[in-house]
Write a protein that binds this ligand. Structure first.
Ligand code: PEP
Length: 249
């Protein structure tokens, strides 16, 4: 029986006061339970407000949406994995499609961020996914597995085995288009097979999440698909009641 992970990526939404109000509403719908993991990724400036709102809920985890790969120094505007960890984060998103495609993050940089996260004791959630053009050219598996190998190439197989992977087809993020559960499952199985090869083990405990226009209507079917271990959700995680109903799927 898998214990699904539900990760909420708020992107650049919810200022501190909104984040606090969200948490008040969400916690009213979501009591403590052991059978699922919930992780919030607020914007950096709202992080402290969410830490405060969750002070009595250690069952709910927090992560940051991005880090820089150096541990400290003259990097104006950036936050390090060390600062994130000291602020209460346990997770960090690495290689999100918006970082890759809006901010030009390279595969080499995702590797450096995974290494920095690992050094600081943060769990990286490595996001991989193909564009529509790559999908139509039949390159999905090649692209996704190349991104996966690049991101994990900087850490030992032991540390890679502590990562989380999120398959997020770029064409499905924020578009209202979702991979079918069968399509998602096919890519998840390919990722799982590559992880077993990379980690040199017959099985791995690395959870593989699906993300891309998940909502209340499709969450249960996606979660039921083979090798889908959880969901990474953007838009549909912004409303407290709606997100609670997804988390309670
Ligand atoms: C995301 O930001 O990781 C995401 C999957 O966004 P959305 O759910 O809005 O497609």
């Amino acid at each position: 029986m898998k214990q699904p992970i539900f990760a909420a990526n708020w992107k650049m939404n919810h200022a501190p006061a909104d984040a606090t109000a969200f948490m008040r509403a969400f916690l009213a719908h979501f009591g403590k339970r052991q059978d699922r993991g919930v992780i919030f990724f607020p914007p950096a400036l709202s992080f402290g407000a969410v830490v405060g709102a969750l002070k009595d809920r250690p069952d709910i985890q927090l992560g940051v949406q991005n880090i820089y790969w150096e541990d400290k120094g003259a990097f104006t505007g950036e936050n390090s994995a060390t600062i994130a960890r000291a602020s209460g984060a346990k997770y960090v998103l690495v290689g999100h499609s918006e970082r890759r495609h809006v901010f030009g993050e390279t595969e080499e940089e995702t590797g450096k961020k995974v290494a920095a996260a690992t050094r600081a004791g943060l769990t990286p959630i490595v996001c991989v996914g193909e564009t529509l053009a790559q999908r139509e050219a039949g390159e999905t598996e090649m692209v996704v597995l190349r991104q996966l190998r690049a991101a994990l190439s900087t850490v030992s197989s032991n540390d890679a085995g502590n990562a989380v992977i999120a398959y997020e087809p770029v064409w499905a993020i924020g578009t209202g288009k979702t991979a079918t559960p069968a399509d998602a499952s096919t890519v998840h199985q390919a990722i799982g097979a590559e992880l077993r090869r990379l980690l040199d083990s017959g099985s791995t405990a690395v959870p593989i999440l699906y993300g891309g226009s998940v909502n209340r209507g499709n969450a249960a079917d996606l979660l039921a698909a083979p090798e889908v271990d959880g969901l990474l959700v953007g838009g549909a995680s912004l409303d407290a009641e709606g997100w609670a109903s997804i988390v309670l799927t």
